[in-house]
Design a protein around this ligand. Structure first.
Ligand code: SF4
Ligand code: SF4
Length: 411
């Protein structure tokens, strides 16, 4: 039936508790954000995956959308507000208490809600806003590397957590879906600091998996997670921020295992799962799935869902690999990895990029400068600046040797 019990070592903190994660994934075809249709499809998906919505009764059900930054729903940067409303209404209709919880990149949750079209819904549906600023440490001592995460209190106060990711491409993790969306349990600028602790694509993906493991096994008692992905309109190209392009995918993907949900999304858009480290390494981590064959797809057949010519990110996997070698100097890094380069014609000098940069590589422009100054020797290529720039004013420029190396090594 696709049900996997996440086995717990007797030394685990939660030895008296069972953690379950089913590897059943429901694929639903959905072409619009019309509320009644969304509710119908999401309810059908829950039913298909064997999730009884009666579990919401009298529970504090935390809804975790992707609200990366202030952006209208059409830009496909954020989980669509009607998608959020549909899930909130389902929770309420089964006696649950929905709470919205998310940590945008640099803005406080209460400040961003009107800018992403959530404020009216929250008021109309009587949804509580989670307390995101107060933090608490989530420990998981058996994690591979990072055993402690400072996360918002709101997640400790929930009985059930419903993750509502938007499916997008991502410069570091290749795609962002259910696994990566849970990075938003960490408050705003603390998130960007993780890029200095895990400064390349591989380490960053492993850190995200450490966090997922902590969320699954570190709470006492364990919390139940559901993942309901908004892939109706996703993002291709240089996601996950304004430099990416909205792309109709027409899918809602539901499951209890975030790796299985992400795998289904990657298959729908025709990307290679082996380029997504959070999937490949995720299978080795006791997160309820150890083999992709364990995934039981239900609902719409995959062949009816697949779309063509979905554009992945242009970020270089080769550059990321080379940049993690310990002997890689700044000069070599500058030659072989893409640089984030601000374009003066689009830049409004809002300096949000400077605010988020974890490496302090961005400074104010000189007196007549029309864009902030980037120090590429300090830059760790986390691309947070690109992700957050509201004007999509930061482009990628390939390193001097990159064209040549990629051509001879990868083609
Ligand atoms: S590059 Fe973008 S984020 Fe940075 S100052 Fe210019 S507009 Fe603002
Ligand atoms: S300049 Fe941009 S890519 Fe470089 S470290 Fe700062 S935020 Fe990351």
């Amino acid at each position: 039936m696709g049900m996997t019990k996440v086995k717990k070592n007797k030394n685990d903190r939660n030895q008296s508790q069972e953690v379950y994660s089913t590897t059943t994934v429901a694929l639903l075809k959905c072409k619009s954000y019309q509320l009644q249709n969304l509710k119908k499809q999401i309810a059908a998906g829950l039913n298909l995956t064997g999730i009884d919505p009666k579990i919401f009764k009298q529970q504090r059900v935390l809804l975790k959308p992707n609200l990366l930054m202030a952006a209208s729903a059409e830009k496909a940067i954020t989980t669509h507000p009607e998608f959020f409303r549909a899930v909130a209404q389902i929770v309420k209709s089964h006696g649950g208490r929905p709470i919205v919880a998310e940590n945008p990149a640099i803005t406080r949750l209460d400040q961003i809600l009107p800018k992403v079209g959530y404020d009216r819904i929250i008021e109309e549906e009587g949804i509580e806003i989670g307390r995101m600023q107060e933090t608490r440490i989530l420990h998981y001592k058996k994690a591979r590397k990072f055993k402690r995460f400072e996360i918002s209190q709101a997640f400790f106060h929930a009985d059930i957590i419903i993750n509502l990711p938007k499916f997008k491409t991502h410069g570091i993790t290749y795609v962002t879906g259910a696994v990566k969306n849970l990075f938003g349990v960490i408050p705003g600028l603390l998130k960007s600091q993780w890029h200095t602790k895990a400064p390349n694509a591989e380490e960053f993906s492993e850190m995200i998996l450490d966090l997922n493991e902590a969320l699954l096994k570190g709470f006492q008692p364990p919390k139940r997670f559901l993942h309901i992905m908004d892939a109706i309109v996703g993002m291709e190209g240089e996601g996950p921020g304004p430099t990416g392009r909205p792309r109709e995918i027409g899918a809602i993907i539901i499951g209890e295992n975030p790796i299985a949900v992400d795998y289904a999304a990657v298959k729908v858009v025709g990307l290679e799962a082996n380029k997504v480290r959070t999937i490949t390494s995720g299978l080795t981590r006791g997160l309820g799935i150890s083999n992709l064959d364990e995934i039981r797809m239900v609902g719409e057949p995959m062949e009816n869902m697949k779309i063509d010519h979905f554009q992945p990110t242009r970020h270089s996997i080769f550059g990321n690999l080379v940049s993690r070698w310990p002997f890689t100097s700044n000069t070599v890094r500058n030659w072989i990895t893409e640089k984030p380069v601000p374009q003066p014609e689009n830049c409004t000098l809002c300096l949000k990029c400077m605010e988020i940069c974890p490496a302090k590589a961005i400074t104010r422009p000189g007196k007549k400068g029309k864009r902030p100054a980037f120090d590429y020797d300090k830059c760790i290529r986390c691309y947070c600046c690109m992700e957050i720039c509201p004007q999509a004013a930061i482009g990628l420029k390939k390193g001097r040797l990159q064209w040549m190396i990629e051509k001879t090594s990868l083609s």
